[in-house]
Design a protein around this ligand. Structure first.
Ligand SMILES: Cc1cc2nc3c(=O)[nH]c(=O)nc-3n(C[C@H](O)[C@H](O)[C@H](O)COP(=O)(O)OP(=O)(O)OC[C@H]3O[C@@H](n4cnc5c(N)ncnc54)[C@H](O)[C@@H]3O)c2cc1C
Length: 392
């Protein structure tokens, strides 16, 4: 058992860290200003320029299989990269994640949808949630009816990340009502790849974050048979399996952000003087710093364990739920303490803390709420699917 990064992992970590510090962090003030003025966080031209730089540096598609032009470095490397990128709020990803549900597609679908997505030429989104079905995804109502070689989709989706910008959506719809009812929602649902020009509409949803998801409306949208992703009637399990393996990603983001925030708090506490002494010399402040450091470290090990377990061909879903639940809550506690340490300044828009404070709240809601993660973890233990000391 090796509890340190390998030389290769360390090299990737340092290179990404430099990229984030040199290319992304200097844009933070622009991002804050753009958002304050209601403009896109980054102009599209700037995003393209950054993508090009990442590609030139060989850091595009870190987790993408080689046959699709990626480096295939695995989940651990992805975790390392995600934690580094989350140290800034400048919206950027290194593209081509193998977490993409499109890997379940056939060769034709991979050529038409997956590869352009990896290359940053097309944008996708994934739509399971509906106004009447969030945690309870078995209760979706969107319906697809076969008509010749096409399926006709009707219904609504809500809170879809990337839904305003996406060129296509992977949408879940009921394709066999009887089977859906009989299997209590587990079967009779199919995942469709639906291009925007097939006719679905999106509407921006305003949230407390700096970006908004979309509501999607499908009104007699006709989708060709060949756009079924995976097997007919088996979309529900496909979606849940994919989400279940990848949930730790939220924990990884929380770790990176919390590390940056804690560093800000440490620096500020040494400079800020009250009653004749830097606040860093007060036990109240020291304890907030210590508690944050311990929790970040604990969340990091959960994240790395979930990523390592999947890289090693084991089912990581229990650990992924733990990393998501603990990471998301840790992130919220840390950003709250860091705001407290900064006093009134922490609450202003001069500093990015209040932005992260708002963003962090989402971590506890999407990709399965805190309560749903607790349900999964306790069910695994109560039913004996996982033992308490299963992993180490
Ligand atoms: C910004 C944002 C982006 C999102 N992106 C996407 C996306 O890209 N694609 C997508 O499909 N969805 C997306 N979602 C939807 C997200 O996954 C759901 O909001 C989430 O799963 C919760 O569903 P809900 O909002 O319907 O809450 P509900 O399911 O109505 O839950 C309400 C409350 O009840 C609790 N609860 C529910 N059932 C139980 C239970 N059995 N026991 C105890 N407590 C329970 C919940 O934990 C929650 O606290 C996004 C949401 C947001 C806010």
């Amino acid at each position: 058992m090796h509890l340190r990064l390998t030389d290769e992992q360390k090299m990737v970590q340092q290179t990404i860290r430099k990229f984030v510090e040199k290319e992304l962090m200097p844009l933070e003030n622009d991002v804050l200003r753009n958002e304050r003025e209601g403009k896109p966080s980054l102009p599209p031209g700037k995003l393209k320029e950054l993508q090009l730089k990442a590609k030139e540096a060989g850091f595009w598609g870190i987790n993408t299989p080689e046959e699709y032009g990626g480096a295939n470095l695995g989940q651990m490397m992805m975790a390392i990269v995600l934690m580094e990128v989350a140290k800034t709020f400048v919206p950027f990803s290194f593209g081509g994640s193998a977490d993409n549900i499109l890997y379940y597609g056939n060769e034709e679908q991979k050529k038409k949808y997956l590869i352009p997505t990896i290359n940053g030429e097309k944008k996708s989104c994934f739509a399971m949630t509906e106004p009447g079905a969030g945690s309870d995804t078995r209760n979706i109502k969107m319906i697809a009816v076969k008509d010749g070689n096409e399926w006709v989709l009707n219904g609504e989706k809500t809170f879809i990340t990337g839904g305003n910008e996406a060129d296509f959506v992977m949408a879940m719809a009921i394709t066999d009502k009887e089977l859906h009812q009989k299997s209590r929602g587990r079967e009779g649902v199919t995942c469709f790849i639906v291009d925007r020009d097939m006719g679905w509409k999106s509407e921006f949803i305003h949230t407390m974050g700096e970006w908004g998801p979309a509501g999607l409306v499908f009104d007699d949208v006709r989708v060709p048979e060949e756009n079924i992703l995976g097997e007919l009637h088996k979309g529900y399990n496909l979606g849940l399996e994919w989400i279940g393996f990848a949930r730790w990603v939220v924990g990884a983001r929380a770790v990176g952000t919390a590390e940056r925030l804690l560093q800000m708090a440490i620096d500020y506490s040494k400079e800020r003087v009250t009653f004749g002494k830097p606040i860093a010399e007060r036990q109240a402040i020291q304890w907030m710093i210590a508690d944050s450091a311990v929790e970040i470290e604990a969340a990091k090990w959960l994240v790395l364990n979930a990523a390592w377990t999947l890289d090693n061909g084991e089912d990581n879903r229990h650990l992924a739920s733990m990393a998501k639940l603990y990471g998301a809550n840790m992130g919220n506690r840390v950003v709250d303490r860091v705001m407290q340490i900064h006093g009134g300044m922490g609450y202003t828009k001069e500093l990015p803390i209040e932005r992260w404070y708002r963003e962090a709240r989402l971590w506890r809601i999407y990709d399965g709420t805190d309560e749903i993660q607790r349900m999964i973890i306790s069910r695994n233990l109560l039913k004996g699917h996982v033992k308490i000391d299963q992993y180490v």
